[in-house]
Ligand binder design. Structure first.
Ligand SMILES: *[C@@H]1O[C@H](CO)[C@@H](O)[C@H](O)[C@H]1NC(C)=O
Ligand SMILES: *[C@@H]1O[C@H](CO)[C@@H](O)[C@H](O)[C@H]1NC(C)=O
Ligand SMILES: *[C@@H]1O[C@H](CO)[C@@H](O)[C@H](O)[C@H]1NC(C)=O
Length: 358
């Protein structure tokens, strides 16, 4: 009995602070925050702007002011943006939803239902693993989608292509996603701004440039700073395009070569397309090139070997004759030796030779 009571006491002792923490918001908010501000969040002066920061929320706060226009939840652990997350309590005036660094991995179908005025959604710095095809369908006015450093955890381009297909996006941010090619499938018609800074683009290819001239994308401007642009002959189509349509790349003047070494740091617009030389390794890593050349060398050696064996095989009669002749020649030679040996072995000759030495 005493043991049981002791254990209960210890349990209560361990849980009491947590219980206190959970109850605290219920008691405090009316005094500490403006009316309608969710307990876990830190509201800035007006209920129009709600910011929830570093509170490690595990789900979206429920009691948000209906008049909120900007909602920002950063540094939490939301894991998912579930279906109809806001449908039970619609936020008819919410225009900006910033869910920055919230460890969101899944965006379910109709996640934005109940946000009819949503204009900007920021999902940057989340390790997205899956985005449902209808993820953004609940927000017909969505114009700006920010996905900076959000596509690093999984190859998401196909899923996102379906999710953005029917949106009327104007601005798409894909900075810091280690992209190696223009994500052409992710560009809905009518897009006006595309942010591709800090990716892994070495160039835009001729085919990618053609897709930028598709009817729905003629008004698109793209920023490309902080990409490892490789100033070799493979860059010619892009450089020619850039010089002809500088206005479509607002940061064109600050673009610089990151290789090859003689051109590192040179402003792209100072170069002429026909001045770019082929370095012999464009389009492939030096390591890959070496492996490829070893493989090629091996194949050539094998071919030479096969040809040699075939020549031997086809010429087998000639070779037999040649061997025969060789053997005959050998035998003649051997007979010659034999004869000489016999002569050498002649005792009279031997004694004749050895007498002067004695
Ligand atoms: C809400 O966000 C928009 C867009 O970022 C900004 O222009 C506006 O000033 C914000 N409103 C408030 C009240 O902070
Ligand atoms: C985030 O939440 C999930 C469950 O929803 C939990 O398993 C995980 O440990 C949490 N991560 C952190 C860093 O708190
Ligand atoms: C660029 O993107 C990488 C991830 O791809 C990130 O780690 C890095 O901090 C970013 N750099 C800047 C300046 O944003």
């Amino acid at each position: 009995m005493a043991r049981g009571g002791e254990r209960a006491g210890r349990c209560g002792g361990r849980w009491l602070p947590w219980l206190g923490l959970a109850l605290l918001p219920l008691a405090v908010p009316p005094a500490a925050a403006p009316a309608g501000c969710p307990a876990a969040c830190y509201c800035v002066t007006t209920p129009e702007l709600v910011q929830c920061r570093y509170e490690r929320l595990e789900e979206l706060p429920r009691e948000l002011p209906v008049t909120v226009r900007n909602l920002s939840i950063a540094g939490s652990n939301l894991s998912a943006l579930p279906r109809a997350a806001f449908a039970a309590r619609p936020l008819p005036e919410l225009r900006l939803l910033r869910l920055h660094s919230d460890n969101i991995q899944v965006v379910e179908d109709m996640a934005l239902q109940g946000l009819p005025a949503l204009h900007t959604l920021d999902l940057s710095h989340n390790p997205l693993l899956s985005v449902a095809p209808g993820a953004f369908s609940g927000a017909p006015l969505l114009r700006t989608l920010q996905l900076n450093q959000a596509l690093l955890a999984a190859p998401l381009e196909e899923q996102l292509a379906l999710a953005v297909r029917n949106l009327s996006l104007r601005r798409l941010e894909l900075g810091g996603n280690a992209l190696r090619a223009l994500p052409t499938a992710l560009l809905p018609a009518g897009l006006e701004e595309l942010d591709l800074r800090n990716n892994s683009l070495q160039r835009l290819t001729a085919a990618e440039l053609r897709s930028l001239d598709a009817p729905g994308l003629r008004g698109l401007r793209l920023t490309l700073g902080a990409n490892p642009l490789s100033c070799d002959c493979a860059l010619r189509p892009f450089l020619a395009w850039l010089r002809a349509t500088t206005a479509r790349v607002p940061d064109a003047r600050s673009l610089r070569c990151s290789g090859p070494s003689p051109l590192r740091g040179t402003a792209l617009l100072r170069l002429r397309p026909d001045g770019l030389v082929c370095t012999g390794s464009e389009g492939s890593e030096p390591g890959q090139l070496e492996t490829a050349s070893y493989v090629f060398f091996g194949i050539v050696l094998a071919l030479i070997g096969i040809v040699f064996l075939m020549v031997l095989y086809l010429n087998r009669r000639g070779i037999k004759r040649w061997l025969h002749n060789l053997r005959e020649a050998c035998r003649d030679q051997m007979e010659g030796y034999h004869y000489r040996y016999e002569q050498d072995a002649d005792p009279r000759r031997t004694s004749a030779v050895s007498t002067p030495g004695l």
